[in-house]
Write a protein that binds this ligand. Structure first.
Ligand code: VGL
Ligand code: ZN
Length: 287
């Protein structure tokens, strides 16, 4: 079991209700990340019992539909009508994050159908693309004695180390060809500085270096940002948090995203996003 799932007891509280943690929700993202990384044994998907969320997913559509009423995702009826000052950001739907990829996200392929459907509703879509150099600092293979999913300290702070993934120009870095968004207007690449990771589409992990996305979106006059893709607890969450910080009304579309969920990262990400005022919705909320 992970930090996040609380065991197999049936949920009595709302499924995604905020649970008491060692670190209060007001903690900054650096502190949260440090706390999350501090000295924890890292568990991989195959080493743990399913989370409550995964249990529900396994129980199938009917039960999952019932469970939807238990989540914090609010709108059940379509209530959001995308307008000209709304933009949909599709995060890192790339071959390496899909089943069979170098850093496969469980059920990662299941975001494709909802994202394709959502993209049709938005006049304006941008995508992000994880785009690392060979030998990138976020790769475990770049650190002697380190294994993927372990953490290390870098100049800019704590860094989870990953399998080599999304290397520039490789097939794994390609945006999934099943994604059908011909009208996407921009693909913003990130993580291309060898010594700095970037989960966020806006700001790199040193929290200083900018990608240019904020300037682009503001110059285009967008007011609301809708985020989906992979992975919920890393690039989706950080992109949404930075969108919020940049002053956009920000929504994450839960059923059009999937998480990696290492060391309780998925629950922590949702908690952090809620604390920052990021709104959590289901794609059914979008008309
Ligand atoms: C991501 C880990 C490393 C993501 C990218 O897209 O969420 N996660 N690089
Ligand atoms: Zn990456």
């Amino acid at each position: 079991m992970t930090l996040a799932d609380g065991g197999s007891a049936r949920p009595r509280k709302p499924l995604h209700s905020v649970r008491r943690r060692a670190h209060p929700p007001g903690l900054g993202r650096f502190a949260f990340r440090a706390a999350r990384l501090a000295g924890r044994g890292i568990m991989r998907d195959h080493q743990r019992a399913p989370t409550r969320r995964e249990m529900l997913q396994m129980m199938g559509g009917a039960i999952a539909a019932g469970a939807a009423t238990m989540t914090e995702a609010k709108a059940q009826a379509p209530s959001i009508k995308p307008a000209n000052d709304d933009v949909f950001i599709v995060v890192d739907v790339q071959v390496d994050f899909l089943p069979g990829g170098a850093l496969a996200v469980k059920e990662g392929d299941q975001v494709i159908a909802p994202i394709n459907a959502l993209a049709k509703r938005f006049a304006h879509v941008v995508m992000t693309q994880d785009w690392h150099t060979p030998g990138h600092v976020s790769f475990a293979s770049s650190h002697a004695g380190k294994k993927p999913f372990e953490a290390t300290k870098l100049e800019y702070g704590d860094q989870v180390l990953w399998p080599d993934h999304c290397v520039q120009g490789t097939r794994g870095a390609m945006i999934a060809e099943e994604l059908q968004i011909p009208h996407a207007q921009l693909v913003i690449r990130k993580g291309y500085n060898r010594g700095i990771d970037s989960y966020s589409g806006f700001k790199e992990a040193d929290r200083k270096t900018k990608t240019g996305l904020e300037g682009y979106l503001k110059e285009r006059g967008f007011k609301r940002v809708f985020v989906a893709g992979l992975a919920t607890d890393f690039c989706v969450a950080w992109t949404a948090l930075d969108a919020r910080e940049a002053g956009f009304d920000t929504f994450v579309i839960e059923d059009a995203a999937r998480g990696i969920d290492t060391m309780g990262s998925l629950a922590a990400a949702w908690r952090n996003m809620a604390g920052a005022g990021v709104q959590r919705i289901m794609s059914a909320a979008i008309a």
